[in-house]
Design a protein around this ligand. Structure first.
Ligand code: FPP
Length: 221
């Protein structure tokens, strides 16, 4: 959900106002995903590298994300959305936020219409490191023989999540920024100049239409 800060600066507002505007974009995009019948939608809300931002912005984002779940968790639940988080949950993520994340996951666990995955304190390399650590532990305990793609997949944060089909990057940047490195191996990428607060269901629909025009070969001819 990239471009909140720039959107705010262009309007002469503080960066945090951009994150607040990003909430509206997120909920309209979720609505669009439901209309399209998507089963999985993953959004990047905070990366393992985002801790390097000014402390005041980091503090704002921690409070904001907790508050957002508190204010709008029920709405997602009523829409039949299962909410799940991927990323590291220990410190420095505030315990109050972890509690809210876990309460939202528990409340929505039985919903089947769509899964909204929120990548929070997430890094693609950190996820691979954590999977490798678990593989080492399971191998040492005699619970794992050969390492295969399947045994790595089984140790990702959400093993049952499908591979990424379509990856949309907003705000004119054209890089992966440590997002879903393993899962996006064959993802189709769509880049848009739109800053995240201006993203919406129409933009999602346009990206899906673009995706449908692509030929996916998965290494074949
Ligand atoms: C990146 O814009 C955006 C973020 C770091 C935060 C986005 C978070 C939300 C919209 C809330 C989502 C929360 C939940 C629980 C789903 P940026 O600051 O990098 O913008 P810039 O590149 O223009 O500076």
């Amino acid at each position: 959900m990239d471009g909140n800060g720039r959107w705010a600066e262009r309007q002469g507002l503080p960066r945090n106002a951009g994150h607040e505007a990003g909430e509206t974009a997120l909920f309209d995009t979720v609505e669009g995903a439901l209309e399209l019948g998507l089963q999985w939608l993953t959004v990047y809300a905070f990366s393992t590298e985002n801790w390097k931002r000014p402390p005041a912005e980091v503090r704002f984002l921690m409070g904001f994300n907790r508050d957002l779940l508190l204010r709008r968790g029920d709405e997602l639940h009523q829409r039949g959305v299962r909410v799940r988080f991927i990323g590291r949950r220990g410190r420095p993520v505030p315990q109050r936020l972890v509690d809210m994340i876990e309460a939202t996951e528990a409340k929505t666990a039985r919903n089947t219409r769509m899964t909204l995955q929120v990548a929070f304190n997430y890094g693609g390399r950190a996820e691979l490191v954590d999977a490798a650590q678990r593989i080492a532990e399971d191998a040492a305990a005699g619970k794992l023989g050969r390492v295969t793609e399947k045994s790595i997949q089984a140790r990702m944060y959400q093993p049952e999540a499908p591979d990424v089909d379509l990856l949309i990057r907003t705000s004119g940047e054209q890089r992966l920024s440590n997002f879903l490195l393993w899962e996006a191996a064959y993802a189709e990428m769509v880049f848009t100049e739109t800053l995240w607060p201006d993203f919406n269901r129409q933009e999602l629909r346009a990206a899906v239409t673009e995706f449908q025009s692509r030929q996916r070969r998965f290494g074949r001819v």
